[in-house]
Design a protein around this ligand. Structure first.
Ligand code: SF4
Length: 334
């Protein structure tokens, strides 16, 4: 068995069926990381509560997301995969870390201000404490590093500061400062060709969509806006279909589209059909695996509970030390 280089933690909110942007932005990286690191992957349902108006789809979205993760190759034998609320210690650590976090620091965070702008009618206490819960997630499992893009690195910096505050306040070194594992995530544009792919903008293509649904979405993709007729030459450099070709098509096909589009040798319909076929071929094995998982939802819940059991062992080890450092009477014997 190969020796792993350290522990990685990453969490994602249960947003249901995942799209191609999620796949290339996070999931495929999760799959790669588990070969080199001990990985802890968490579906953060408690985080999702901060902005949810109704929770009726929470369990369904959690399961759908787990199915996409598993069928993409996140392996419960190699990694710990679980649901945040299944490990109760995270809420305890969240409370304890709240005591070493100045309120002003939380309300000054740009992410908090963004959330307030997005949800002006629901600025709840949980929303303010979101980064503290995130810090609790990371340090509870003693993660050495967290894979993030440049724009998310302030969150990890916040966690590192929180760890320093805790360790200083309680004169301990119980909590570990996680390192930032800077990762470049390709920006996948939505079918509108203008915005990043996003479920809320309804410009996404789900990785588990059927071949027909995928082709229909690809046909809706915005192309070079200057190419009005089939006989007009196009510019692949401004066309999102071409960006997708670079991901899903062979180098020869990419070269052919690049050349033929510029001299109107290929029409957008044929170009899209080729790309959709390649996209469908790429995701076919994943979709087949997913259909197997879908046959037995209770097996997936069992697997997530099993992951939570393994995560709870790590969590409890940390919390015993944390309670001791804080001096909580819960550890005193009568
Ligand atoms: Fe885009 Fe292809 Fe149409 Fe060129 S031929 S504009 S690359 S869809």
């Amino acid at each position: 068995m190969s020796v792993k280089k350290g522990r990685v933690f990453s969490g994602a909110r249960p947003t249901g069926r995942q799209h191609i942007g999620n796949y290339f932005g996070a999931i495929s990286n999760y799959v790669k990381l588990q070969e080199q690191y001990e990985c802890v992957y968490c579906i953060v349902d408690l985080h999702a509560l901060t902005t949810m108006e109704t929770t009726q789809d929470l369990a369904k979205n959690t399961l759908e997301m787990a199915w996409d993760w598993l069928s993409a190759g996140i392996d419960p034998q190699k990694s710990i995969i679980f649901v945040q609320s299944m490990v109760r210690q995270v809420t305890e650590l969240h409370t304890i870390l709240s005591m070493v976090t100045p309120l002003g620091k939380l309300t000054d965070l740009p992410t908090f201000k963004d959330k307030v702008r997005e949800n002006p009618k629901n600025v709840n206490y949980g929303l303010v404490g979101y980064p503290v819960l995130m810090a609790a997630d990371i340090v509870l499992y003693r993660a050495d590093m967290v894979p993030v893009g440049v724009d998310q690195s302030p969150h990890i910096e916040f966690t590192r500061e929180t760890v320093r505050s805790f360790n200083y306040r309680y004169n301990t070194n119980v909590l570990i400062e996680p390192k930032i594992k800077l990762t470049e995530f390709p920006k996948i544009m939505g079918i509108d060709g203008v915005n990043k792919m996003s479920k809320s903008l309804n410009n996404d293509i789900e990785i588990a969509a059927t071949a027909e649904e995928t082709s229909a979405k690809v046909m809706q993709m915005v192309t070079d806006p200057a190419r009005l007729r089939r006989s007009d030459p196009g510019n692949p450099d401004v066309c999102n279909v071409f960006s997708m070709h670079k991901i899903f098509s062979t180098p020869e096909q990419v070269e052919m589209v690049n050349t033929e589009c510029r001299r109107a040798g290929i029409g957008c319909v044929d170009c899209k059909k080729m790309m959709a076929a390649n996209m469908n071929a790429y995701f076919a094995p994943l979709r087949e695996k997913r259909r197997e998982y879908e046959k037995d939802p209770s097996a997936t819940w069992d697997m997530l509970r099993e992951g939570a059991k393994r995560a709870s062992v790590l969590a409890e080890e940390t919390m015993v030390e944390v309670r001791k450092a804080v001096g909580l009477p819960s550890l005193l014997k009568e």
